[in-house]
Design a protein around this ligand. Structure first.
Ligand SMILES: Cc1cc2nc3c(=O)[nH]c(=O)nc-3n(C[C@H](O)[C@H](O)[C@H](O)COP(=O)(O)OP(=O)(O)OC[C@H]3O[C@@H](n4cnc5c(N)ncnc54)[C@H](O)[C@@H]3O)c2cc1C
Length: 574
C-alpha cells in the first residue's frame, strides 16, 4: 500500500521501519517483506518515480537531466579550499529509488580487494569478495541492448547473476569506442583490455555496463520496490514524509525504536514504532544527519545545537570521502555524437521514436561507453607515505571517453565541429571531509564539505592521470581522429591550476557512518551494520563504506543491501 501523508496510515507499529526508499532502502524493504509474517514500513522524504515528469528518470537518454529538478535534494557544498573556494551543487535522489533513480547508471562493482579490505576492517569475513558472490548474483543480471547487438567479447556472462536489477552495454558503439578498444590491443602492457570490469579484477580498460534493461533505467525502485508493492500486503510505503530523528518509545533510553516523521517544518509530527528494528538507509548525507539529530554523534557538534548526547560517536558525519571529476576536450576529425546532441530536431525525433517503440538513440547509453581504471606506478613518489587503494589490483584513478564535448562548469561549448572528451576521476583520494548540522531542524540542509584536493596525493594523482589520458590518446589507434586539445596542458603547474578550477563531485560520497570491528571504539556501525552504543538500529547505505569504492558505488550499495537483508532475516529467523 502507498500512502502520501502520515495521517493516512492505519497503524503506527511495524516489525521493521526502513528510513529512505533509496538504492539500499528499496532492497531492504523488498527482501524483508518477502516473508509475509513480517510487517514493513518504508518512509521516503522524496516523491514518486511514477508521477509528473518521470520520463526524465526512466529514459536512458535523459538520465543526467533529473539533477537539479524536483527529484533532487538540491544540496550545495561548502566553499572548497582546494578548488579556489568554489561551492558546487551536490545532487542526491529525492525520489523512490533514491540516487539510483537519478544517477548516470554506470554499474561497476570495483576490485575484489575493496571487499576483502572491508572484511578486514570489520573483522567479518562475510564481506569478502568470495563470500559475497551469492549476493552479487542475487542482485543483478545482464540484459541485451534493445537492438540485440551481439556483445560477445565485450563482457563475461559468467560473472553476471539472476537478480532483478538489469545491466547492459550500449546499443550503439561509436567510432571513439572502437579506437579506445583498439588502443588496448596496441598498448596492451600499459593499457590492458579487461573483458569485464565487474569480475572482481577492477583494473584495465573495458566496456561500460549501465543499469538499463528493457530500454529503460533499472533502479532499486523499478527492480525491487514496485514489484514488491504490487504483490504484497505486508509492505507499506509512506511518501513525501521526512524522518526527523529516532527516539526511545519506552524501555532503555538507548533503544531507538521510535521514528519521528513529518511532512514539513511546520506540519504535525508522527511517531512510528518498530517492534524489531529500524534500518537507516537515508544515504551518506541523510543518515549521519538523522543520527546526530537523535543524539548519536560527536558530542561537541551536538552541543552546538543543544541536542542531548545519547552516544558520543565522534565518527558520525566524519571521514566523508568523495571522488572528484573533471573533463578535457579535443577536436575530432571523425563522426561523434556532438552534431546529434546539438540538433534539437534530431533529439526530438529520437525521443519520439523512443516514445513510440522504445528503440533508437534514446534507448541505451550512447555517449559514455568505455572506461579505464589505472594505478600509479609502484615506484611513484606519491606512494611513499602509503597506498590509499585497497590493494595492488585496485585503481588510484580512472579515465573515460565521451563521444561529445563535455564542458567543465561554465566552460562555453562550441556550436559546430566534432569533439570528444576525456574525464578523469580520482578513485582513492586521501582528502577527508564531513557532514555537519546547521541547526537542530531536520529540514535545514546540513553542511556538506567533501574537502576536495586538500592533499598533495590527490593533486599529484590527478596530474598523473591527465598525463596518462594524453598518452592514451596519442596512440596510433587515434591517428587522424584526434585533433587539437581545447586547453593545452603541458606543465604540472598548468594541470594543477586546471584541476582546481574545473573539478566537481562525481557524487560518490561515502563513509559518514563507517563500519568497524565489533570491539573497536572508532567507527559508527559494527560488522553487521548495527549502530554502536544503541539498540535496534542498523545503517544500510553508502555511508557504511570505510573508504571510497574502487568501482562506482551503486553496485557496491546493492551488494551491501542484499547481504544486510540476509543478516536481518537471520537475526529474526525470517
Ligand atoms: C547525479 C548522480 C549520479 C551518479 N552516478 C553514478 C553512476 O553512474 N554509477 C554509480 O555507481 N553511482 C553513481 N552515483 C552514486 C550512487 O547513485 C550512490 O552512491 C548510491 O545510489 C547511494 O545509495 P544509498 O542507498 O546510499 O542512498 P540513496 O540512493 O541516495 O538513497 C537515500 C534515500 O533516502 C531518502 N532520505 C534521505 N533522508 C531522508 C529522511 N530524513 N527521511 C526520509 N527519507 C530520507 C532519500 O530521499 C533517498 O531516497 C551517482 C549519484 C548521483 C546523485
Amino acid at each position: 500500500r502507498i500512502f502520501t501523508a502520515p495521517e493516512q496510515l492505519t497503524t503506527t507499529s511495524y516489525d521493521f521501519i526502513v528510513v529512505g526508499a533509496g538504492t539500499a532502502g528499496c532492497v531492504i524493504a523488498s527482501r524483508l517483506s518477502e516473508n509475509p509474517s513480517a510487517t514493513v514500513l518504508l518512509i521516503e522524504a522524496g516523491v514518486s518515480d511514477n508521477g509528473t515528469d518521470s520520463a526524465v528518470l526512466s529514459t536512458p537518454f535523459l538520465a543526467a537531466q533529473a539533477v537539479g529538478t524536483i527529484f533532487d535534494w538540491n544540496y550545495t557544498t561548502t566553499s572548497q579550499v582546494g578548488l579556489n573556494g568554489r561551492t558546487m551543487p551536490y545532487p542526491r535522489g529525492f525520489v523512490l529509488g533514491g540516487s539510483s533513480s537519478i544517477n548516470s547508471m554506470v554499474y561497476a562493482r570495483g576490485p575484489s580487494e575493496d571487499w576483502d579490505r572491508i572484511a578486514t576492517t570489520s573483522g567479518d569475513d562475510g564481506w569478502s569478495w568470495n563470500n559475497l558472490q551469492q549476493f552479487i548474483f542475487k542482485n543483478e543480471r545482464h540484459a541485451p541492448a534493445w537492438n540485440n547487438r551481439s556483445n560477445v567479447g565485450e563482457y563475461n556472462p559468467k560473472v553476471h547473476g539472476h537478480g532483478p536489477l538489469m545491466t547492459s552495454l550500449t546499443a550503439n558503439p561509436s567510432e571513439l569506442d572502437h579506437r579506445v578498444i583498439n588502443t588496448t590491443a596496441e598498448l596492451a602492457d600499459e593499457f590492458p583490455f579487461n573483458l569485464d570490469l565487474n569480475s572482481g579484477d577492477g583494473l584495465g580498460f573495458g566496456w561500460l555496463q549501465s543499469t538499463i534493461g528493457d530500454s529503460a533505467r533499472s533502479s532499486s525502485a523499478t527492480a525491487y520496490l514496485h514489484p514488491a508493492l504490487n504483490s504484497r500486503s505486508n509492505l507499506d510505503l509512506l511518501l513525501n514524509t521526512q524522518v526527523m530523528n529516532l527516539i526511545s518509545t519506552g524501555g532503555a533510553a538507548t533503544t531507538l525504536n521510535g521514528v519521528r516523521a513529518s511532512q514539513s517544518e511546520t506540519a504535525a509530527n508522527f511517531t512510528f514504532t518498530a517492534a524489531k528494528e529500524v534500518i537507516l538507509s537515508a544515504g551518506t548525507i541523510g543518515t549521519p544527519q538523522i543520527l546526530m539529530l537523535s543524539g548519536v554523534g560527536p558530542k561537541e557538534e551536538l552541543e552546538k545545537f543543544d541536542i542531548t548526547t545519547l552516544v558520543d560517536a565522534p565518527d558520525v558525519g566524519r571521514n566523508m570521502q568523495d571522488q572528484p571529476i573533471f573533463f578535457l576536450q579535443w577536436a575530432a576529425n571523425g563522426d561523434t555524437l556532438f552534431s546529434f546532441l546539438n540538433d534539437p530536431d534530431a533529439i526530438n525525433a529520437a525521443l519520439a521514436q523512443y516514445e513510440q517503440n522504445k528503440t533508437g538513440l534514446a534507448a541505451s547509453s550512447i555517449v559514455f561507453n568505455t572506461i579505464g581504471f589505472l594505478r600509479l606506478p609502484d615506484n611513484s613518489s606519491l606512494l611513499e607515505n602509503g597506498d590509499p587503494s585497497s590493494g595492488p589490483h585496485a585503481a588510484h584513478y580512472q579515465i573515460s571517453f565521451i563521444d561529445t564535448f563535455n564542458g567543465n562548469g561554465n566552460q562555453v561549448a562550441p556550436t559546430d565541429g566534432n569533439w570528444i572528451s576525456g574525464s578523469v576521476v580520482l578513485i582513492s583520494p586521501t582528502s577527508r571531509g564531513s557532514i555537519n548540522l546547521t541547526s537542530s531542524s531536520a529540514f535545514d540542509h546540513p553542511l556538506i564539505d567533501p574537502s576536495f584536493f586538500t592533499t598533495s596525493f590527490d593533486i599529484g594523482t590527478a596530474i598523473e592521470a591527465v598525463k596518462t589520458l594524453q598518452t592514451f590518446l596519442a596512440a596510433s589507434a587515434f591517428d587522424g581522429f584526434i585533433g587539437s586539445p581545447v586547453t593545452n596542458l603541458t606543465t604540472d603547474a598548468q594541470i594543477e591550476a586546471y584541476v582546481r578550477a574545473a573539478a566537481v563531485t562525481i557524487k560518490h560520497c561515502v563513509s559518514t557512518a563507517k563500519i568497524s570491528k565489533a570491539n573497536e571504539t572508532g567507527g559508527v556501525v559494527g560488522p553487521h551494520l548495527q549502530v554502536k552504543g544503541v539498540d535496534g538500529v542498523r545503517v544500510v547505505d553508502a555511508s557504511i563504506f570505510p573508504f571510497t569504492v574502487g568501482g562506482f558505488p551503486q553496485a557496491e550499495v546493492y551488494i551491501v543491501a542484499e547481504r544486510a537483508a540476509s543478516l536481518i532475516k537471520e537475526t529474526w529467523s525470517l
